[in-house]
Design a protein around this ligand. Structure first.
Ligand code: NDP
Length: 282
């Protein structure tokens, strides 16, 4: 079984981005700017944001975090987004999810200018990507495709099954697989027989958010399996949506941690670079 090493592929992507950032910083007289809006004290979000800051710094992107208290109002968060929209040194804006429950997530994401949409979640970006025009792509599914390409997994004509249909992972994942000419099935919580669907797959992308949902008996030998899920178990260790025993039958499997997670951050840097390039061309 080949391990789909997200750390390795992410470091390749970061080296590529770093070289291009250095070149364009000289050309345009300033580095790309990525602003992250973090509301509240969610411990996981704090770790993710710190990792994004570190990664931005590593490749020469000017990362800035705008921290607001858990009690921040819709108007206060919106005011920060508006300010960043108007700041010419900010090329990419990301509102860290999840937001505290009292905030309207959709309204805040829609407020980000599509030309600064770091996460590719704005409806304009989603629509453009669906109609095969350029758009920043949602970082996690984009990272999965990048990883599969690195390992030469030919997707053309393959039966790919995506488990999950969220706006952030499942739906864009299915679209990107379709763009690679895979034959795509999307499964979700109402799917009648998940095992039957999975047994037909040649490529599985698991993004159900259910710890160790996919077990060995649900996977045909030789299948390529990408595990997007991240969960902390009772003993403090991390696991994915795919049980470790799947490694006994899969031809390739992404580990948790060290699989899709690092790719998500690498693709955020790639999006920031692309938006920076676009803003200087336009
Ligand atoms: P959501 O909870 O938003 O979506 C989960 C999806 O899985 C839903 O569409 C749901 O169906 C479906 N689902 C739930 N249970 C089952 C089941 N038993 N069988 C089939 N489908 C099921 O999660 P996200 O998409 O945001 O995230 C998925 C996982 O990926 C999480 O573990 C998350 O932590 C992780 N993640 C990891 C990232 C990374 O960088 N590695 C980045 C983003 C997420 P329905 O629509 O019917 O409810």
């Amino acid at each position: 079984m080949v391990k789909l090493d997200g750390k390795l592929v992410a470091s390749e992507v970061k080296s590529r981005v770093k070289a291009e950032v250095s070149e364009l910083t000289k050309k345009y007289g300033r580095p790309p700017g990525l602003s992250v809006v973090l509301v509240g004290d969610d411990p996981a979000s704090k770790v993710y944001v710190k990792n994004k800051e570190k990664a931005a710094d590593f490749v020469g992107i000017k990362g800035m975090v705008h921290r607001l208290p858990e009690t921040a109002s819709q108007e206060e968060v919106a005011a920060i987004v508006d300010q960043l929209n108007g700041d010419d040194t900010v090329d990419a804006i990301l509102v860290q999810l999840p937001l505290p429950k009292h905030l309207n997530e959709e309204e805040l994401l829609d407020r980000i200018l599509p030309s600064k949409d770091a996460d590719g979640l704005h409806p304009v970006s989603v629509g453009a990507a669906f109609s095969n025009r350029w758009a920043p792509l949602p970082c996690t599914p984009h990272g999965v495709i990048e990883m599969l390409k690195y390992y030469d997994v030919g997707l053309e004509g393959k039966r790919a099954v995506v488990v999950g249909r969220s706006q952030i992972v499942g739906k864009p994942m299915a679209m990107l697989l379709l763009n690679e000419n895979a034959t795509v099935t999307i499964c979700h919580s109402r799917t009648k027989d998940l095992k039957q669907e999975l047994l037909r797959a040649e490529v599985i992308v698991a993004a159900a958010g259910k710890p160790e949902l996919i077990t060995k008996d649900m996977v045909t030998p030789g299948t390529v399996v990408v595990d997007v899920g991240i969960h902390r178990k009772g003993d403090g260790k991390l696991c994915g949506d795919v049980a470790a025993e799947v490694g006994e039958v899969a031809s390739m499997l992404s580990p948790v941690p060290g699989g899709v997670g690092p790719m998500t951050i690498a693709m955020l840097l790639q999006n920031t670079l692309d938006l920076f390039r676009n803003s200087n061309i336009n």
